[in-house]
Design a protein around this ligand. Sequence first.
Ligand SMILES: Nc1ncnc2c1ncn2[C@@H]1O[C@H](COP(=O)(O)OP(=O)(O)O)[C@@H](O)[C@H]1O
Ligand SMILES: [Mg+2]
Length: 514
Amino acid sequence: MMQRDDATLRQMAAARPDMSTWLSANAGSGKTRVLTDRVARLLLDGVDPQHILCLTYTKAAASEMQNRLFLRLGAWAMLEKDALTAALTELGVAGPLSDTALRDARRLFARAIEAPGGLKIQTIHSFCASLLRRFPLEAGVSPQFVEMEDRTAKLLRAEIVEQIAAGPDATKLYALARHHTGETLDDLTAEIAGKAPLFDETWTQAGMAKALGLRPDATHRSLESDVFHGHETQLLTKLVTALSVGSTTDMKAAAKLKRINALDFNSLPILEDAFLTKSGKAPFTVSTRFPTKATRAALGDTIDLIDAWMHRVEAARPQRIALEALHVSTALHEFAQVFLPAYARAKQLRGWLDFDDLILRARALLTRSDVAAWVLFRLDGGIDHILVDEAQDTSPVQWQVIDRLAQEFTSGLGARQDVQRTIFVVGDKKQSIYSFQGADPREFDRMQRDFAERLEAAGTPLQTQRLEHSFRSSRPFSMLWMPHLRGARSRGFHLNRATYPSGPPCPAASICGR
Ligand SMILES: Nc1ncnc2c1ncn2[C@@H]1O[C@H](COP(=O)(O)OP(=O)(O)O)[C@@H](O)[C@H]1O
Ligand SMILES: [Mg+2]
């Protein structure tokens, strides 16, 4: 386990403002602290606040960053010489510090909030919104557009679903609903809206069937005739009877098989569930151990017919799944073709942009090379330092926005030459909680490799760092101990290591598991 002091030194190295850094670290290891340290050091080095952009995914994380930075800069404004020198040295600023340097440090808070454009600490969404607001013409959005809150978007999506249900395309809605197991369609329509660009791509049922490895002639009917040769109703009755008086495993299988109403396509998943293995070396295959030995013996010659039937169920399974996937996919695409244009029209009529629109429009704006460089320059004279917190929650499209913002960093081109530019990214893949909103933790590694290559080529290599020590982990313990210790002290008891070599017994042992 890494020691606290080592951990702090690593943090200092990661906060070095002159190197692009990729930091992956566990919760509580000080990622946000390093990020704010780094911003403070950039400011100390004379970088103008408007050239710094801090991005994250949630509003809460953005305010956390802002609060911590402003608390720190605010505290410096009040510190006497010695205390301020100590604070700056702790941050990794090399001494000695002149009076002018100290005076500048005390003024950072004012500089950060007074600078035109100010220091940007934002969610990716709100940054994109501000970009679109400043360049509506170039972005092709109404200058008065309104950002939709999640709730508004949800209501509008529900309204569109209602309209579809009452219109000529209702069957497409019902076809999709048949495959959807959620309580409401909202999680599904939200995901469709979030992945709208994917539905623009040409999709054909034939192409999908091929991608799924489905035989061209496979249908419900053809799979039924592959599996059922006519005598299976009798086989099923005999099998269930024998299993019902067999071992526990056999009886469980009997219970499953009894759920079958008719031997048709819909019974295949139940048969697979009863007949095939679920795990092990060869999952979803027939096992020699089912039915158990005694039951097999009881079935006499019939067992050969049952074995053959079970193998037919096994053989049909991949095609059965592919066929179902094709049906689901078809239902999804046909619904999306109706839903997405209606949703887009409804938003356009009202001048609304949802969260996905903000990101997609900003990406489009920054992708047009004729406009992008100009936009970036007009953005308070350019962004030179990009810092991303909670980067594991960044979706691929959002990465593309960040990537475009950083294009000057790696191309060496820029409206202003000889300016140092850095990128700083921190995240913890294990903590990704937004995958349902399109975040892809693997993207974190991909982007790291991509930036590393490009920065290397540009002669400004990326340093990669890990932080392992958690500054938070010991805290819940000590908090649980505190009432106990306070009570102990008041009784004249003093904690010492000899009494409790590994700390006092935790009074909340049942909670913290000690
Ligand atoms: N070097 C350090 N020394 C003391 N406390 C620290 C240090 N680094 C972080 N902390 C504290 O640990 C807690 C977690 O830090 P934070 O930056 O929020 O971590 P993360 O963003 O990785 O979850 C905070 O309360 C922070 O003040
Ligand atoms: Mg954090």
